[in-house]
Design a protein around this ligand. Sequence first.
Ligand SMILES: Nc1ncnc2c1ncn2[C@@H]1O[C@H](COP(=O)(O)OP(=O)(O)O)[C@@H](O)[C@H]1O
Ligand code: SF4
Ligand SMILES: [Mg+2]
Length: 375
Amino acid sequence: MSDQPKGGGSPTATGKTPTATGKTPARPDDIDARSEGSPEPAPPLLEVHDLVKHFPVRRGFLQRQVGAIRAVDGVSFDIHPGETLGLVGESGSGKSTTGRTILRLHEATAGSVRFRGQELTTLDREPLRRERRHMQMIFQDPYASLNPRHTVGTILREPLDVHGVGDPSERRARVHQLLDRVGLDPAWDRRYPHEFSGGQRQRIGIARALATRPAFIVADEPIAALDVSIQAQIVNLLSDLKDELGLTYLFIAHDLSMVRHISDRVAVMYLGRLVELGTRDAVFAQPLHPYTQALMSAIPVPDPKLEAERRPLILQGDIPSPAAPPSGCRFHTRCPFAEARCRTDEPEWRDLGTADAPHLVACHFAEGLSNEHTM
Ligand SMILES: Nc1ncnc2c1ncn2[C@@H]1O[C@H](COP(=O)(O)OP(=O)(O)O)[C@@H](O)[C@H]1O
Ligand code: SF4
Ligand SMILES: [Mg+2]
């Protein structure tokens, strides 16, 4: 089903997963270190391998399937405990579908999602329900995701009830503690969502996600709907919570500037595929894929002199339909560097980074492309 590029290894490189690139064979000193009792690197908390999610397109009286929206089309990455992976790409590139399929809010069409070593895609209902306690989601629009007829106390207590956490008085105490932890007055538990501002509602969304003490959180554009003045506060809150509670995030955004401060690594998605994955510093210092360079160009430069000098790479046109993605490199219809081969050959997923910091890219010409556009 998936046509993930072959030969370049799966894009799971994190520096701790040598098999992802085949470039980092175990060194003799690794063996020495192990024999002296040094801890092994922690295994990934989340391992996503060749994940595919197609939505059927049906037509006619019999509702026969006539095609598929290939929202996620062969995506692989790992996230290590305590790490934040930023997932960026334009609207429609498949970010939300990736997050939702990982948490099994959508059933995967193909591929594997392992959480703490356990395969989730085939897990039965009851063990999945138990596992859900450890994986939560924060949504873009907190208002749409909070039941307007319930008080905040009821909203925050619900996950505790579902997962049977504590007795009633412990649950009440936990609700107050959660409100306090996200910067809201615990006495506001009797209020309704409409009585709060956008930023406060997102704090409630975060408190709800934290209620069951999860290990992993998918934050799907959690600041995109908020005033710019509030965005930094919410990012700081998520960042503090991560440090304090040892959380691991998949942090989704349509804009690279939004992931800059919170991500350890950044994955860039285009039309159902990853096109680049590397450490935050490497991706920002030297974006390798023309699409990443274009996303970088969209970030304004505060220095007017630098702004006047730079030559931004502006993306032409809209993202094509994932029901009929372009052949070869999916980006070729919009890429200023496209050559004939880009229309026919799908680029392999290649590591142009170092053994310590893999930097993966899917572009035939990534080595030679200037990124002067992004400066
Ligand atoms: N439930 C669904 N049914 C059919 N198509 C969907 C569904 N959810 C998303 N899609 C389509 O999948 C593609 C990727 O969507 P999405 O994952 O929401 O992208 P993003 O979050 O990057 O904006 C889009 O073309 C979208 O219209
Ligand atoms: S493979 Fe070709 S079309 Fe695709 S990003 Fe690279 S240069 Fe552009
Ligand atoms: Mg989305």
